[in-house]
Design a protein around this ligand. Structure first.
Ligand code: DAH
Length: 340
């Protein structure tokens, strides 16, 4: 039996020499030293031994098992270290490489235009105010002197939320809010989203942007209006730009005008862009605040007068950047937006 044990010991030691991965090592341990392993089998056969032999063999088996377990442990640690080192080598990182560039993004071209407009008006002494996109029908239409039967009030033109609440169709209701809140004199501009029941095409979108301006004080005249608009256009697009006032109708101003600006492409020479006219059409509407509108806001039209204007921000952005399709402003295609 002793020889058998010694032989088994040599076999294990020999096999251990060829082991070079952890799973084979574990299999070997189970095969010889496990519960059903070779050494356990020998211990089971001890019943057949004499009383004197039993403790001697038992001791020998235990010694050999302990020795082999130690040998296995040594190899296990060695193999584990190899695996670890391998992994370290493979996963080595070069900390001197430049890092991934973080993209911070930038403002949407429309917002850039709004900020630019607000900057110009700030410099001219205007205060920037905000108004809600969800408005009362009264502020959006009635207070602005839009008669009950005006086509813009129609269900097919305007997004109503209830009978009395709607998505504002223009930024003009901010005029009403301002006049009700503030005592004149004041000069304000307010930019934001506006909504109309329009089908989408190259120049129309059911959601678009306007910037509204309002000045109320004593002795405000059409001359102040013309000068302000003229100065603003020159500040925004350049000294050589001209403005042209055409008579128009808005319910909330009297008299009212639409303003054309020199074509941005040719600066007034006449080109394909402006059909040879030299003018970019209809950038803004304006006029002297209607006395009824002042009265609706409890401002005495005999004491105060004012002018107002509203301009299409999307149109200005399109003219400024040479964009010929309004959809591009709202699709949020990064290939487009990254150009600004
Ligand atoms: N609210 C008008 C529109 O959406 C634009 C406008 C015209 C605003 C004349 C004004 C104004 O303040 O005086 O078409």
């Amino acid at each position: 039996m002793k020889e058998k044990i010694q032989e088994l010991r040599s076999i294990v030691i020999n096999e251990l020499k060829n082991i070079n991965d952890l799973s084979s090592l574990d299999k070997l341990r189970v095969r010889y030293l496990g519960k059903k392993g070779e050494f356990t089998k020998i211990l089971r056969g001890m019943g057949a031994l004499s009383k004197e032999e039993r403790p001697v063999i038992g001791k020998l088996v235990n010694e050999v098992r302990e020795e082999l377990e130690k040998r296995i442990d040594v190899i296990k640690v060695k193999l584990e270290n190899e695996v670890k080192n391998d992994k370290l080598k493979k996963e080595k990182i070069d900390i001197t490489l430049p890092g991934d560039k973080i993209s911070f993004g930038h403002r949407h071209p429309l917002i850039q235009v709004v900020e630019e407009l607000e900057n110009v008006f700030s410099k001219m002494g205007f205060q920037i105010v905000e108004g809600p996109e969800v408005e009362t029908v009264y502020n959006n239409f009635d207070a602005l002197n839009s008669p009950e039967n005006h086509p813009s009030r129609d269900k097919s033109d305007t997004f109503y939320i209830t009978e009395d609440i709607l998505l504002r169709t223009h930024t003009s209701p901010v005029q009403i809010r301002t006049m009700k809140e503030k005592k004149p004199p004041f000069k304000i501009v307010s930019a934001g989203r506006t909504f109309r029941f329009d089908d989408v095409d190259d120049t129309h979108s059911p959601m678009f942007h306007q910037l509204e301006g309002l000045v109320v004080d004593k002795n405000i005249t059409m001359a102040n209006l013309k000068h302000t608009i003229d100065m603003f256009i020159k500040e925004l697009f350049g000294e050589e730009m001209k403005t042209r006032f055409r008579p128009h109708y808005f319910p909330f101003t009297e008299p009212s005008a639409e303003v054309d600006v020199s074509c941005l492409s040719c600066k007034g020479e006449g080109c394909e862009e402006c059909n040879g006219t030299g003018w970019s059409m209809e950038l803004l509407g304006c006029g002297m605040v209607h006395p009824k509108v002042l009265k609706n806001c409890e401002i005495d039209p005999d004491e105060y007068s004012g002018f107002a204007f509203g301009l299409g921000v999307d149109r200005i952005a399109m003219v400024k950047y040479g964009i010929n399709n309004i959809r591009l402003l709202f699709e949020n295609d990064m290939r487009f937006l990254n150009q600004f």
